[in-house]
Design a protein around this ligand. Structure first.
Ligand code: C5P
Length: 305
């Protein structure tokens, strides 16, 4: 590389859906034990870093992303840089740009994706050679979904969601994510779950049905086995989403389900064409954001040096 050219590094990082989200009664630390199956889907943010005399974070947002809902001061990317720097005993001063396509506060773990992207990009920029084990541990300290955002693919999540283990998922599944500009707060949805289910079992519901459906490669079987224990709480807070699920299923989706803590609804479609048609129909019916995406896709991946 010639002198005077500032090296930049870009990492692409994906949204997630929960194919199964089993939630148990809250633990002593307030977090809920989870038994989940994550899948990374093809909606991406790009995190680009370059060396800079001062720390700087900037954002470019796609038209469908509500830029006002993204915190610039308390962004999870600042925490990621600080935690990675602390692990290596140094300050990581960089200019970071996030090109955001993943809807904000939607239950698609877009913030977690950005944190994972920043960890991988900064590690490369500063030549830190952090081990995978250390990266996963730092990621877990940043948020329950961040280790999965590093890993991508399809994975089982336990603990509070931070303990991840890859799962064989040979199929390609097609999703349509319908989201709204008004997000739902994850802690609030969990609190509402506690109000609705004060006697919840401490042991979250198991993942066997989803694993069997993944192995079959049959969209209809996967559709039948999708499960989200936070769905009742999210629908109680946002009754309009129940109508959206009915509308998508009437328009040909195999099944619609709340993604994570919502408010995004993800519809499983038969194949790519069905997903595109469903997305177009829902946009035609007045929904602002309907994005077709395949899964599983890779986790945080270097796209340019
Ligand atoms: O780990 P993360 O920062 O993503 O969690 C955000 C909030 O969601 C937590 O503060 C907690 O209120 C709730 N949460 C939970 N149980 C989990 C994961 C998240 O109660 N397993």
């Amino acid at each position: 590389m010639s002198a005077g050219v500032t090296r930049s590094i870009s990492v692409r990082t994906a949204a997630k859906v929960n194919l199964h989200l089993g939630v148990g009664a809250p633990r002593e630390d307030g977090f809920h034990p989870l038994s989940t199956v994550y899948q990374a889907i093809g909606l991406y943010d790009d995190v680009t870093v370059r060396r800079s005399p001062t720390w700087n974070l900037s954002l470019e947002t796609a038209e469908h992303v509500n830029a006002e809902a993204i915190p610039l001061i308390d962004n999870i990317v600042h925490h990621a840089a600080r935690a990675l720097g602390e692990r290596h005993g140094r300050d990581l001063v960089a200019a970071v740009q996030i090109d955001k396509n993943i809807p904000v506060a939607g239950g698609l773990a877009g913030g977690s994706a950005d944190a994972a992207g920043a960890l991988v990009a900064l590690d490369r920029l500063f030549g830190l050679q952090t081990s995978d084990e250390d990266l996963l541990e730092i990621a877990a300290g940043l948020g329950s979904d961040v280790p999965f955002a590093l890993m991508g693919g399809t994975a089982i999540g336990t603990g509070r969601g931070e303990l991840v283990e890859p799962v064989d998922d040979p199929g390609t599944w097609w999703w349509v994510a319908v989201t709204s500009r008004d997000g739902l707060s994850t802690p609030e949805v969990y609190r509402h779950f506690d109000r609705l289910f004060p006697d919840a079992d401490p042991e979250p519901k198991g993942i066997e049905a989803v694993l069997a459906a993944l192995a079959s490669g049959e969209p209809l079987l996967l559709a039948r086995s999708l499960h989200n224990d936070l769905q009742d709480a999210a629908l109680d807070l946002r009754p309009d989403l129940a109508r959206l699920i009915e509308e998508g299923e009437a328009a040909g989706a195999l099944r619609g389900i709340i993604s994570g803590s919502g408010p995004t609804v993800v519809f499983l479609a038969e194949d790519a064409d069905s997903a595109r048609h469903l997305g177009a129909d829902l946009l035609g019916a007045g929904h602002e954001i309907a994005l077709a995406a395949p899964g599983p896709v890779s986790g945080a991946t270097l796209v340019s040096l």
